[in-house]
Design a protein around this ligand. Sequence first.
Ligand code: BEZ
Length: 253
Amino acid sequence: MAEWDAHVYDTSLKFVSDYGKELIDLLKPQKGESILDLGCGTGDLTAEIASKGAKVIGLDQSATMLEKAKVKYSHLQFVNADAANFNLPEKVDAVFSNAALHWITDQYSVLKSVFASLKTNGRLVAELGAKGNVEKIVDSIQTVIKQGGYEQVQLSEIFYFPSPAEYATLLEKIGFRVEFMQLFERPTMIMDVPQGFIDWIKVFGILLFQNVPLNERPKLIQKAAELMAQKLEKDERYFADYIRLRVVARKLS
Ligand code: BEZ
């Protein structure tokens, strides 16, 4: 996992938590419920859920992101742990996860941990990138890496973007009942291009540059951002090609 730039995440890439607020509507947090925010980042959605009266714990693997979360929301509880292998002191009523699960290629392990952390009748409410997510963004990066003469890292080594059928099958295998699943395109406006695409790459796409020497990266990142601008422009605005998968799944016993 890359180390995150919490400042860029909270400014240029703030759309991540802004869009996540819609997912809280699907979660419908109730007063007094215990909820885990899995992959909480800098804690904006953790705080939003807490504001509805739920008892929330934010969990993230990035110490940098959690440092910022603790400064912004010192009244909330945050834990530094691996989403694919965590244990909570007490089981929770719901696990909420926005734009985090697709970072874990071992999805079976993370869903097993989620299942184990839920009370009977507890629910998982999540949104992640679906099959085809950010295809043009990744194509742009892979193109400049190849042109630079470096070996490409495969998307599946870094991200997990399932189809609805694949994800439902995995959830059912673990024991969840899938109550809701929705796939939809969400073109996501990127401001201040090409800098906005450069920020996107530095925070979200840098692992694709693993085989590029550090001193070569700025040049290739700039080129990839320019290519993205060409591929993703519409009426002089720029939209990342996001495809989302939303799910509500219940642990029956
Ligand atoms: C997403 O939210 O879809 C996403 C974020 C970072 C990298 C790839 C995809």
